[in-house]
Ligand binder design. Structure first.
Ligand SMILES: *Cc1c(COP(=O)(O)O)cnc(C)c1O
Length: 421
């Protein structure tokens, strides 16, 4: 029996309508920017395998470090125990973040990093005897698929079946130079009941790579600070070089109270989430009263293998060569974006760092279910490129190791596929 058939018999895939799903592609090997299937075809992974694989697949340095760690200490309970990789990773990460970030809490993925952040904020007020339980978020936000993360995400087809069970969130538009005063009023009017404001900084990924300006977001953050609304900056997607700087935080003039990380954290090799917090948040949980503890933890909290992978990945990220490559991707994207802007089928071209996105004009609405997504997905596959358009929104989120020639090949194929559409 083929692997596809065996897969069909037992596996339920993410974000997949299993009734009409096409056969899955069995991948047997990854190397750098390439994935290889069991028929000997190779694909350029232009979406970094759902935005996680920042240094390319099967990176030998990360593999070597994880392998050493696997033979030394693979796992230990993180309540009452610690280990070198967790301490070193926390030290290294905090040294790169805004200086108010002082403590690291480990979990398993982006969604759990968000859950932890929300619990920190709500309990921060609870521990001080204040009732502030509402959350402020952007329309079209995406913060993950667990219930808390879903609640603070924009209401969409993805959350619809659970609508009545999601907790109360005040949604507002992303900032523009025009609406800043309106948004300011929303924050001021609700500040007494709002526990925190959660946002994807600069770019809303899953919503279709929607971008807003750092200056405008900084203004909102300043108002939150003045109004004592805590800020959760979800850098699950933007972290670790994706936007051209190490973190989206590096574009902003205000500092968040809490930050969330995952995706690129381990270089895409292993699942891990991190929530960092300021000392002020941390100190609200310090008490002789045991009820004020943050009662949260996962079996694999601070797994030594994942910490080791993250340490190795961050070491690679900070190398001169990697940073130069990130810049090269940006410059090539910038150049190609000019071609796209001239293209009769293209509108709303947008770019930040290594992320390039644009929309295919069509008579239907911009939507996740727009069939252009599926048609072009298959056309790209035929041409040996993995792209995963969000409906009629096309985007590139390549691993940083992609070469100039490989990018040119991807661009050439994009133009061909758009001719075909
Ligand atoms: C992907 C994503 C998440 C969820 O992360 P998972 O690891 O998939 O649970 C949360 N926030 C943002 C901004 C994301 O892009």
């Amino acid at each position: 029996m083929s692997l596809q058939q065996r897969d069909k018999d037992v596996n339920w895939h993410p974000y997949t309508q299993m009734k009409i799903a096409e056969d899955t592609i069995p991948i047997v090997k990854g190397k750098g920017v390439y994935l290889f299937d069991n028929q000997g075809n190779r694909y350029i992974d232009a979406v970094s395998s759902w935005w996680v694989t920042i240094h390319g697949h099967a990176h030998p340095y990360i593999a070597q470090k994880v392998s050493e760690q696997l033979n030394t200490l693979e796992q230990v309970i993180f309540a009452g125990f610690t280990h070198e990789p967790a301490v070193q990773l926390s030290e290294n990460l905090l040294s790169l973040l805004p200086d108010n970030q002082q403590k690291v809490f480990y979990s398993d993925n982006g969604s759990t990093a968000v859950e932890v952040a929300l619990k920190m904020c709500i309990q921060y007020w609870y521990n001080q005897g204040k009732k502030k339980t509402k959350i402020l978020a952007f329309k079209d936000a995406y913060h993950g698929d667990t219930f808390g993360a879903m609640s603070v995400s924009g209401r969409s087809v993805w959350t619809k079946p659970f609508g009545e069970m999601l907790f109360e969130v005040i949604f507002m538009d992303t900032p523009t130079s025009e609406n800043l005063n309106d948004l300011k009023a929303i924050i001021q009017n609700h500040s007494q009941e709002i526990a925190c404001f959660i946002y994807e900084p600069l770019i809303q990924g899953a919503a279709g790579m929607l971008m807003h300006k750092a200056e405008d977001l900084s203004v909102l953050m300043k108002i939150c600070r003045e109004q004592k609304v805590l800020m959760i900056q979800d850098e699950v997607f933007t972290g670790f070089g994706r936007t051209g700087k190490l973190f989206a935080a590096n574009y902003l003039s205000e500092k968040p109270d809490i930050m969330c990380f995952s995706k690129g954290l381990t270089g895409g090799t292993m699942p891990m989430g991190i929530t960092t917090s300021s000392n002020e948040i941390f100190e609200a949980f310090l008490s002789d009263d045991k009820y004020k503890t943050l009662f949260h933890g996962h079996s694999f909290t601070a797994n030594p293998l994942a910490c080791t992978a993250a340490l190795a990945s961050m070491e690679l990220l900070l190398k001169e060569d990697t940073l130069t490559h990130i810049k090269l991707i940006y410059e090539k994207h910038l150049n190609f974006s000019k071609t796209l802007q001239q293209h009769p089928k293209v509108e709303n071209v947008r770019l930040i760092g290594t992320i390039l996105a644009w929309e295919i004009k069509n008579d239907k609405q911009t939507s996740y279910f727009n069939e252009i997504g599926k048609i072009s997905y298959n056309e790209f596959l035929k041409r040996g490129i993995i792209m995963r358009p969000l409906g009629n929104v096309m985007y590139l989120v390549p691993p940083y190791c992609i070469t100039s020639e490989e990018l040119d090949l991807v661009y050439k194929n994009i133009l061909e596929v758009m001719d075909y559409l």
